[in-house]
Ligand binder design. Structure first.
Ligand code: ADP
Length: 360
C-alpha cells in the first residue's frame, strides 16, 4: 500500500543518515489516552520497529494527510518505564568514564515529559522515571568501581525562567538569582555559580530534588503553570581519581526538563504570558540552532543566544553525548503541536553531533 511504500523510502533515507550519526540520539514516546479522555482515534497511525512512525493529520486529505518521521527509536503507548530507560544506562556509564551527557525532555505541556523524567509515583521503583534510574545506576556503578576509581559527586539545580537563571538549591528558599557570567571552577570545569552540594547516595539527590521542586514554586502563582513555563536543569558533577595512576577524570550529567514547547496564540497572549512564550520559543529554537550548527561544523556555534545553551555549552558538542526524549500527545486536537514537535526533533536528529567539533 502507499504508506508501506512511503515507510520504505523513508527507511532508505534514514539508513543513510544513520551512518552519519554521532552522539545525539532522539527517542520519541507516544503518551496513551488518559482515563476520561476519548479513546482515539490517534494521530499516530503506525509505529515501525526501526524507529519510524506515521502521523495522520485529520485536517488534511489524501496523500498530504500522512507523514513519516524517523528517530533512533519510537516508543508506543504500552512501553514501560524500564524499557524507556533501558538504553540510557550506557550513557550513565559514560559520565563515570569522564564524558558530559545531556538528557532532555521535550514536548508540549501534558505530553508526558514529567512522566518520563520523574514518573507518576516515586514510592514504587517500577514507575520511577529516567532521573531516578540514572542516579541509582550512577551510584551503583561508582561503587562497583570503588576498587580502582574513587568518585566524588556534586549536584546543582537551577531553573531558567524568562531568561533569568535561578538557583533552586539555596537553603533559605529565597530563589537566589544567578549571573551565569560568574562561573566558578569545579575541578577544572566551569559551572554556573550555583550552590553545589556534595552527595553520596541516591537518597541525597532525591532530597535535594524535593527542595528544588519546593523552591521552584516560590513566587509562582500556580506551580504547574510555572513549571511548564520554565526549564529546569539538574546537574550531577562527577570527579574520579584512578587509584593506581592517580589521574583525574571528570564528567557531568545534565537532566533537563524543558519548558512546554506549545506555541501560544499570538492574538490571545498578552503581558506576562506573551513574554514567557517569547522567551520559551527563543530558547528552544536557540537549542535547535546550536545543535544544527554543531552538525554543520559551523565555525560559529551560537551558544550565547540563550541562557539555556550558555549553561549547557560545555556539554553540547565536542565529546559530549546528548539524548532527547520527545513526547507526543496522540489526541486529534494536538495535531498542530505534534507536527511541530516532530519537526523540531527531526531537525536535531538527522545530524552528526559527536564528531562535529571533535578533533581529538
Ligand atoms: P508534561 O510534563 O509534559 O506536562 P505529564 O508528564 O504531567 O506531562 O503528563 C500529563 C498526564 O499524562 C499526567 O497525568 C501523566 O500521569 C499522564 N501520562 C503521561 N505519560 C504517560 C504514560 N506514558 N503512561 C500513562 N500516563 C501518562
Amino acid at each position: 500500500s502507499s504508506y508501506h511504500k512511503l515507510l520504505e523510502e523513508n527507511r532508505l533515507l534514514y539508513n543513510q543518515v544513520q551512518d552519519l550519526k554521532g552522539a545525539i540520539r532522539v527517542y520519541c514516546r507516544v503518551r496513551p489516552f488518559l482515563p476520561g479522555q476519548s479513546n482515539g482515534p490517534s494521530t499516530v497511525d503506525y509505529i515501525g520497529e526501526n524507529g519510524d512512525m506515521m502521523i495522520v493529520n485529520p485536517l488534511k486529505h489524501g496523500k498530504d494527510a500522512r507523514r513519516v518521521f524517523s528517530f533512533n527509536k519510537v516508543f508506543g503507548t504500552s512501553v514501560t518505564q524500564e524499557q524507556i530507560y533501558a538504553d540510557t544506562q550506557s550513557l550513565i556509564r559514560s559520565v563515570l568514564d569522564g564524558y558530559n551527557v545531556c538528557i532532555f525532555a521535550y514536548g508540549q505541556t501534558g505530553s508526558g515529559k514529567t512522566y518520563t523524567m520523574s514518573g507518576p509515583d516515586l514510592t514504587t521503583e517500577e514507575t520511577w522515571g529516567v532521573n531516578y534510574r540514572a542516579l541509582r545506576d550512577l551510584f551503583h556503578i561508582s561503587k562497583e568501581r570503588a576498587g580502582s576509581i574513587k568518585y566524588e559527586v556534586f549536584v546543582q539545580m537551577i531553573e531558567i525562567y524568562n531568561e533569568q537563571v535561578r538557583d533552586l538549591l539555596v537553603s533559605d528558599g529565597s530563589n537566589r538569582r544567578l549571573d551565569i557570567r560568574n562561573t566558578s571552577q569545579l575541578n577544572g570545569i566551569n559551572v554556573p555559580d550555583a550552590f553545589l552540594v556534595p552527595v553520596t547516595c541516591t537518597q541525597d539527590v532525591l532530597d535535594l530534588m524535593r527542595i528544588g521542586q519546593k523552591n521552584r514554586a516560590v513566587g509562582a502563582t500556580a506551580l504547574n503553570e510555572r513549571s511548564s513555563r520554565s526549564h529546569s536543569v539538574l546537574t550531577v558533577h562527577v570527579r574520579g581519581r584512578e587509584l593506581v595512576s592517580n589521574s583525574i577524570l571528570r564528567g557531568c550529567l545534565h537532566l533537563v526538563d524543558l519548558a512546554g514547547s506549545e506555541r501560544v496564540d499570538k492574538s490571545e497572549a498578552v503581558g506576562e504570558r506573551l513574554k514567557e512564550a517569547q522567551h520559551i520559543n527563543r530558547s528552544l529554537s536557540a537549542l535547535g540552532d546550536v545543535i544544527s550548527a554543531l552538525a554543520q561544523k559551523s565555525p560559529h556555534i551560537p551558544y550565547r543566544n540563550s541562557k539555556l545553551t550558555q549553561v549547557l555549552q560545555d556539554s553540547l558538542g565536542g565529546h559530549a553525548k546528548t539524548l532527547m526524549f520527545v513526547h507526543i500527545n496522540p489526541e486529534l486536537n494536538a495535531i498542530g503541536e505534534t507536527l511541530s514537535t516532530l519537526k523540531f526533533a527531526e531537525r536535531v536528529s538527522s545530524i552528526e553531533l559527536g564528531a562535529a567539533q571533535s578533533n581529538k
